[in-house]
Design a protein around this ligand. Structure first.
Ligand SMILES: [Ca+2]
Length: 237
């Protein structure tokens, strides 16, 4: 197994298509049992996987991914090829069945053999407090109903006053890279505080702007809604 592992990699991604190599296995002999590999990435990822070397078939008995001491979980992803078609013997899910005596082996050598996860909640859920700024954190689960408001609040304003309105946003999954635009409204009219979220999961982006109250005085309704931009994107193709 040692020779076949030489050149295997651990990779991370935030869209499931473009992958960064986080670790490359050398030719150190592997005598069986668990081998710990420490990853030095500081970038956060929503996908992680093991990819076989050019001569490798996978050949793993078990694999686990951790962030610190937290074992990561998510949607399991494994390559479909199975050695000699022995579905019940060498399937890729053997790598996560908790049994060190069951092994995965792909149908042929090379990087088409992979096993990993699309991680729940961005793996180690990203924490925006590392950024500058202050305020309460609001978690919103949005529906697939573009244009529908998903948050609103009535606030009291003074006339002809600048108000800074800002939020930080991240999608907790990849969602096929669908761009989403977040739009603030005041009393039903969109204001100039709006921008597109990152289409990639787990990437925080600040959306901020200044709204002048003009003649408005007293309570106004501040509302946040979103639009998906997939129709425009298709049109542009
Ligand atoms: Ca196993």
């Amino acid at each position: 197994m040692s020779g076949q592992t030489n050149g295997a990699t651990i990779q991370g991604s935030n869209n499931g298509g473009v992958w960064d190599v986080l670790y490359t296995f050398g030719n150190a002999p592997i005598t069986g049992g668990w081998q710990d590999v420490t990853l030095s990435n500081t970038k956060k990822y929503s996908f992680v996987r093991f990819v076989a070397s050019p001569s490798g078939y996978g050949d793993l008995a078990e694999i686990e991914f951790y962030s610190g001491t937290t074992k990561l979980s998510g949607r399991f992803m494994g390559s479909p090829g199975i050695w000699a078609g022995m579905t019940s013997t060498y399937q890729v899910s053997n790598t996560v069945d908790g049994n060190v005596n069951t092994v995965w082996s792909g149908s042929g050598p090379g990087s088409e053999n992979y096993v990993g996860y699309e991680l729940d909640n961005c793996g180690a859920a990203p924490d925006p407090t590392g950024n500058t700024g202050f305020g309460k954190q609001l978690a919103v689960v949005a529906s697939w109903s573009p244009g529908q408001p998903f948050w609103s609040q009535t606030i009291n304003v003074d006339p002809y006053t600048d108000y800074t309105i800002s939020l930080k946003t991240a999608q907790l999954g990849n969602y096929d890279n669908v761009p989403v635009r977040l739009i603030f409204e005041v009393d039903g009219v969109a204001i100039n505080v709006q921008d597109q979220t990152s289409p990639f999961g787990c990437i925080w982006k600040k959306i901020s702007g200044i709204w002048n109250s003009g003649q408005k005085f007293g309570p106004v309704k501040l509302l946040l809604r979103f639009e998906t931009l997939i129709l425009q994107e298709r049109y542009l193709r």
